[in-house]
Structure formats: structure tokens, C-alpha cells
Design a protein around this ligand. Sequence first.
Ligand SMILES: Cc1cc2nc3c(=O)[nH]c(=O)nc-3n(C[C@H](O)[C@H](O)[C@H](O)COP(=O)(O)O)c2cc1C
Length: 177
Amino acid sequence: MRQSTIQVTGVERKFGANELIVTKTDPKGVITYANDVFLRISAFTEDEVIGKPHNVIRHPDMPKTLFKLLWDTVSARRELFAYVLNLAGDGAQYWVLAHVTASFDDRGSIVGYHSNRRSPSPRAVTEAKAVYDRVLAAERATAGRDALVAGERALRQELGGSSWDEFFWSITPGSTR
Ligand SMILES: Cc1cc2nc3c(=O)[nH]c(=O)nc-3n(C[C@H](O)[C@H](O)[C@H](O)COP(=O)(O)O)c2cc1C
């Protein structure tokens, strides 16, 4: 996969406040649809992403604990809001405010997932990143499978008894929740 050859440049890419980055996946997280904004910001062609696992844009600085939270949440039919750092095909990176949720057929079975992302507030990114960096450090300090256990423990500590949603909305400006 091209992902393994991407060199992280640290170049931060922005996108417009009125733009939405959209992808859809099958139930396993394989990309089935990507909109033009996704292709432009991610610097991929449609052929390079359709049929590929969504980790094609995974950034190494994102804690695996966050993706476990994502999958645990959406597979349990709940929606997830999160700030996510992604890696573009040209090595640039971009933060998004993502909303991920399942799609259902008329019998209520999950037929896939979709994610809509908008440009995040820089302050919210700073706050999310501080938490993610500490969770990532906990993961990296622990070898093997226990890394995820250590990451989840670190995230619980960061939340200090609050739920993920409470944390997310507490750092999100303009929230009326
Ligand atoms: C609809 C949907 C959208 C996703 N969007 C992203 C994304 O933007 N960036 C990302 O790194 N992972 C995204 N994921 C999660 C990936 O499937 C994967 O769990 C993650 O990249 C971690 O990959 P890894 O377990 O191979 O390290 C998404 C998953 C779904 C179902």
C-alpha cells in the first residue's frame, strides 16, 4: 500500500470553512466513496482510495486508542464526533472535526459507515492534540498488545470521569450542549 511509503513532511494543510470532506466505507472500513474535497485535501486520486482500507490516510501521531473508540462506537450504532489528524498522499497533514456514523439497510443491519468532516477550530485542535499526545505516549511506553490497554487507561485519566462526548463538546467552540 502507498501508505507505507509516505514520508510525513509536517506540512499542515487547511481547507475551507464551508467545505466538507466526505467518505463512505463498507462494514469493514474499506472506502467505497470519496468526494472531490477528500481527494484534493488528501492528494489522492479516486483510483488510489476506492477499495482501500480507510487507514490509507492514518497519521502515525494519532493514538490507536482513538480508532478503537471510533470503531467501538459506530459498530454499536452510535455516532462519534472526534478531532482527527490525517496524512495526505504527499506527506502533508490536516486536522478535521469528524462525524462518523453507520448506515443501515431497511432491516436495520449495518451496511457501511460514513464520515463527514469539517475544518476544526485551531484552539480545539490544540486541546485535542495535548490529550492525544499523552495517550500516544502511554501507548508507546507499553510493548505489544498491552499498548492499547495502556492507551485506554490514559484516555480515561484524561477524561477524568467525563464521557468522550462531554470532553469533545467541552473543547468545541460554539457548542450549545
Ligand atoms: C467511515 C470511516 C471513516 C474513517 N475515517 C478515518 C480517517 O479519516 N482517518 C483515519 O486515520 N482513520 C479513519 N477511519 C478508521 C480506519 O478504519 C482505521 O481504524 C484507522 O485508520 C487505524 O488504522 P490501523 O488500525 O490500521 O492503525 C475511518 C473509519 C470509518 C469506518
